[in-house]
Design a protein around this ligand. Structure first.
Ligand code: AMP
Length: 383
């Protein structure tokens, strides 16, 4: 463009360079020193940023809260709202690849940044996991078992489904539920009516109650080359809807754990997924595996991989989105992960005195009830 003014020429050149880069690097390896943009600045973003730094990458966090946990370990933060288009465009311009650390990122946000940089995992996994109805339809469409479910538009319909599901069901909001929030156990038509009212005006789904033996999760990674690595599924225990403990090995027959891995693989492959996903499953008393939900991101129940595996879920996620080969997910120790929630942080001195405790704190200064402050991995030798 010999005739174009210098400024316009520069803009066009930059734009073409970026477009070229996107076209040629969609699944190619990023170079050392490239910048990974992370949408969301919580502890998952923090641990991703630390893993990225160890691989020689730069990170930039996008979060509305200044000094969020991830910003403390990243190279840079843009502090702005998720609907701030000009800051989102700037974030995307600075990033060679973009990922996210929570699934309730608005889809519009991802669409805006996706114009200027590849987003991995892609938007479809987000779309599916943001709505429990779409998620259950997707999973059962793959011939994978879920709890029986139905959308709920009226109390009468809810009562019908309750009877159909055996008079015990869970009513959930379709969107924005996390850590057990936005859901109610219902045992009778009266409870159905009260529950329905209390969750208005949200879109709702009802699920049959699964009398499970225990809950496990498969933390699975798929690389840009299609390679698949799944960590040993962990046994998870919750309190007040929040994960408290994850244990490997899970006290479940090997064939069931293998089946959980096969299910995870089917889900990731169906989405042509790149990165780490948490697949949460119930082990029914019959031994049947039932998928509860998927989280298209690194997962709290995979924090044990930080210490008990050569390559953690965080590093494998970074490897996948950078187009690198995946590392081994093999476990070299048994491990019990304990979340430090709220006042648990007061036990820190005692935990520090334990010689086999690996401690990871998230840099949060205020210990509110229910707030995840850190976690501990207690290692023991493989038996
Ligand atoms: P969720 O937000 O769907 O992960 O649910 C939080 C917790 O509620 C799960 O970890 C289970 O302990 C329990 N739960 C959820 N759905 C069901 C179900 N259909 N049957 C039995 N328990 C459930």
């Amino acid at each position: 463009m010999p005739g174009a003014p210098v400024e316009a020429r520069q803009l066009l050149t930059n734009h073409m360079a970026k477009a070229d880069l996107l076209a040629t690097t969609e699944n190619a390896q990023l170079k050392t020193g490239a910048t990974i943009g992370i949408l969301g600045g919580g502890q998952l973003g923090r641990m991703l940023a630390m893993a990225a730094a160890r691989l020689g990458m730069q990170t930039i966090i996008y979060d509305p809260a200044a000094d969020c946990p991830a910003a403390q370990t990243a190279n840079r933060q843009i502090t702005a709202d998720f609907d701030d288009e000009s800051n989102l465009r700037e974030f995307a311009r600075l990033s060679d690849v973009i990922t996210y650390e929570f699934e309730n990122i608005p889809l519009e946000t991802v669409e805006i940044v996706g114009v200027d940089a590849p987003v991995k995992p892609g938007i479809s996994a987000l779309q599916i996991s943001q709505d429990r109805l779409v998620e259950k339809e997707f999973i059962s469409g793959l011939d994978i078992a879920t709890a029986p479910f139905a959308p709920v538009e009226s109390v009468e319909k809810l009562q019908e489904h309750l009877a159909e599901f055996g008079d015990k069901a869970i009513l959930k909001t379709r969107r924005f539920g996390y850590d057990g929030k936005g859901q109610i156990l219902i045992n009778s038509p009266q409870e159905a009516a009260v529950g329905f009212e209390s969750l208005q005006p949200n879109l709702l789904i009802v699920e049959g109650f699964i009398d499970f033996e225990l809950e496990i999760s498969a933390i699975a990674t798929r690389g840009a080359d299609g390679n698949f690595v799944c960590y040993d599924p962990a046994w998870n225990r919750h309190a007040d809807g929040i994960l408290r403990h994850s244990t490997v090995p899970a006290p479940v027959a090997d064939e069931i754990l293998k089946e959980a891995t096969t299910i995870a693989r089917k889900i990731l492959e169906a989405l042509d997924y790149i990165g780490v996903m948490g697949v949460e499953l119930f082990v029914a008393r019959s031994g049947e595996l039932i998928v509860n939900e998927i989280a298209p991101r690194v997962h709290n129940s995979g924090h044990w991989t930080e210490t008990a595996c050569t390559v953690s879920q965080f590093e494998n996620h970074i490897r996948a989105i950078c187009g690198y080969p995946l590392g081994s997910g093999e476990r070299h120790a048994n491990c019990e992960m304990q979340n430090l929630i709220g006042d648990d942080i007061n036990q820190l001195d005692a935990i520090l005195a334990e010689k086999d405790a690996f401690i990871h704190l998230y840099g949060k200064t205020e210990a509110r009830p229910g707030r995840k402050m850190g976690h501990v991995n207690w290692l023991s030798p493989l038996k």
